[in-house]
Design a protein around this ligand. Structure first.
Ligand SMILES: O=C(O)C(=O)C[C@H](O)[C@@H](O)CO
Length: 250
């Protein structure tokens, strides 16, 4: 029996637009709740959310097959990527990618030899159903999905080289980090122009493009552009706004 198909990856390859949500709370109940709201994908945020390996494991179990969990790792550390894949993440989002070399190393971390350097331990891991999936090691390379974040001026300069890296399935432009590097907030017109231009370059470069927009009208613009994976908000941001709005009514 082969590794389970990655429906998110297949839809990226079909150039469909998938609507997602950032889940930064680190809470499995909120992840489970969000998974039932119709989002095609959910970022389980291991970079800025209070998420360790077991926290992410709990959120993967809570999301189940109700949505597609995209695990954002803290950085491009090879061992961390291996651990997230072994607990069952199929799609990994790697932040702060500034060069093609970094992107190539991230690809190698995702794949079993000879194409990569992912350590073989799936027999005792959730990814293979604790060995229920007998052919996991032989088939997993085709089902994992690597998304890299380009979110600095240096990364934008290297974007064409990053787009040429085989094994990168999608490139996400991070408005907050890119904007800060540019000297602006994420919603500044200068940042929106840079983000939009980068997204078009990604698509022209043959990769799936991704972005986060917490302002609905901006998110709609990206969906209308045909951006392939668009996060339209975050659990923490939406919850706080709703709680403040409710309190203001009394
Ligand atoms: O730079 C960005 O924007 C992102 O990478 C997304 C943020 O990190 C996310 O936490 C929302 O603020």
């Amino acid at each position: 029996m082969p590794a389970p198909a990655n429906t998110f990856k297949k839809r990226l390859e079909a150039r469909e637009t998938q609507v997602g949500l950032w889940v930064s709370s680190g809470d499995a109940s909120i992840a489970e709740l969000a998974a039932g709201c119709g989002y095609d994908w959910l970022v389980i945020d291991g970079e800025h959310g209070p998420n360790g390996l077991r926290d992410i494991l709990g959120q993967l179990r809570a999301v189940g097959d109700k949505s597609h969990p995209v695990v954002r790792v803290p950085d491009d550390n090879r061992a961390t990527i291996k651990q997230m894949l072994d607990i069952g993440a199929q799609t990994i989002l790697v932040p702060m990618i500034d060069s093609a070399e970094q992107a190539r190393e991230a690809v190698r971390s995702m794949l079993y030899p000879p194409k990569g350097v992912r350590g073989v331990g799936a027999a005792v891991a959730r990814a293979s159903g604790y060995s229920a999936i007998g052919d996991y090691t032989q088939t997993a390379n085709e089902t994992v999905c690597l998304l890299v974040q380009v979110e600095s001026l240096k990364g934008l300069e290297a974007l064409d080289d990053i787009l040429a890296v085989e094994g990168v399935d999608g490139v996400f432009i991070g408005p907050s980090d890119l904007g800060t590097d540019m000297g602006y907030g994420p919603d500044a017109p200068e940042v929106r122009e840079a983000v939009t231009g980068a997204l078009k370059r990604i698509q022209e470069g043959g990769k799936a493009a991704g972005v986060l927009a917490t302002v609905p009208d901006v998110a709609k613009d990206y969906v209308d552009m045909g951006v392939e994976f668009v996060a339209v908000g975050g659990d923490v941001l939406v919850l706080r706004a709703a709680l403040c709005d409710l309190r203001a009514k009394f």
